[in-house]
Design a protein around this ligand. Structure first.
Ligand code: FES
Length: 101
């Protein structure tokens, strides 16, 4: 069974996003209308940060060369990235955000 680990509190996501490092994994936590997502924060194209990427609906756009990813599935919607992002399972328990690595 997946093991969940507390990585943040909901109050830390009031701005909608927070980048964290857990066990050397760079992870971007997103709060999209109360739904919490956890995705890899390094764009698979050149390894640059998606932390400042524009978000429209469920789609995040890399600020560097415009790759687009679905934050729910990690899938590439538009290149140049060819690989998708890791997506982490999220659980919210009271004020805590837990993810499964
Ligand atoms: S680093 Fe993201 S599209 Fe190039």
């Amino acid at each position: 069974m997946a093991e969940f680990k507390k990585v943040a509190e909901i109050s830390e996501l009031l701005s909608g996003r927070k980048e964290i490092t857990i066990e050397e994994n760079k992870i971007l936590l997103l709060n999209l209308n109360g739904e919490i997502y956890a995705i890899g924060s390094r764009c698979p194209h050149k390894g640059l940060s998606l932390a400042q990427g524009k978000i429209e609906g469920n789609i995040i756009t890399c600020p560097y060369h415009g790759s687009r990813f679905d934050v729910a599935t990690g899938q590439v919607i538009k290149g140049p990235a060819k690989e998708g992002l890791p997506v982490y399972e999220v659980k919210v328990e009271e004020k805590d955000i837990l993810i499964s690595l």
